[in-house]
Design a protein around this ligand. Sequence first.
Ligand code: FE2
Length: 432
Amino acid sequence: MFDLIIRNANLPDGRQGFDIGLAGGRIAAIEKSIAATAGEEVDASGRLVSPPFCDPHFHMDATLSLGMPRMNVSGTLLEGIGLWGELRPLLTKEALVERALRYCDLAVSQGLLYIRSHVDTSDPRLVTAEALLEVKEKVAPYIELQLVAFPQDGYYRAPDGVTSLERALDMGVDIVGGIPHFERTMEDGARSVESLCRVAADRGLPVDMHCDETDDPLSRHIETLAAQTVRFGLQGRVAGSHLTSMHSMDNYYVSKLIPLMAEAEINVIPNPLINIMLQGRHDTYPKRRGMTRVRELMAAGLNVSFGHDCVMDPWYSMGSGDMLEVAHMAIHVAQMAGVEDKHKIFDAITVNSAKTMGLEGYGLEVGCKADLIVLQAADVIEALRLKANRLFVIKSGKIISRTAPRISELFLGGRPASIDIGRDYVPSARGR
Ligand code: FE2
């Protein structure tokens, strides 16, 4: 009756010791004890089982290109953009596909099965879009990949910005991107937001813009994005990525802005690893953190989800496709270390991201897709603390990745001992 049963699972909502039966690519039962057997069984033995991680903001055309053609010496966003501009003419479709597929393998091993990637449309050759559309098809059996037409060099600022973006959408790219803070003037930025929302409304597509990725408190394109979202009836279908200028904005202004964003049902996508690395670079001390106001936006009811943004590319030399690392950084930068806070942070790399991406059948309920991960941790909070191993990754009811648990053997003066970090150091009681 079941294709696979996961035994003795702890669930993200705190339920403990449940069996999960998978059949026909869906979750068919979640019960305290399933009497039936299945062709394949996984013993979770009191560890956390979660829906897979979702990354709503990534750059798969740039990933794993670190050092090509040279390193980012200053480590800044602007040198990264310049460096990417040097690399871009050298890109080939074959090399792009190869790097992206390698990243997708890494993502699977990390339990990351849903990714929204921006695709740079600045080069009218559009070799990036061609390559990632091919990758999207190739990885479809195990990763749902969404693509955003992203005018990295500016929709108006780049010579072919407008036509290249339209052509990428014609080729089948799913989402309309933008970068208003990188246009030549604030006015051009606002104009680009309006035009791109119109393109999205005309084509029936969602919007996901890099918006106000700067420390400039007067970079207020999110206000325009919210207003145009309402004007074009795109509520709930628009994402504002980064929004780092909100970190530095005047508090009174923000008290008007956040309700406007809530009215437009903007999906907010901070990128904690990249924001903490790239923002505040012009500051001496004190140095701003540069991440948007996560706690306040969540409190206002906005859907906040975290993106990885970059892994080993011109902007970021670190990263490993691990959304728990992203969440771990978010806890620190947003100073959200309370028990409830941590559950909200975990939501931001799972259910909130799924909402941003408009995923169908995502979750851990009967009827949802049989896509699940088993972590080497007892619960959500331990998974975040330990950036826990992904012991099993299950897609459509089948195991597609398995990782050995991390267990250390100690040799201390003839006294043998071992430590399972995900089991031996768990607090005995934790209220919510
Ligand atoms: Fe980005």
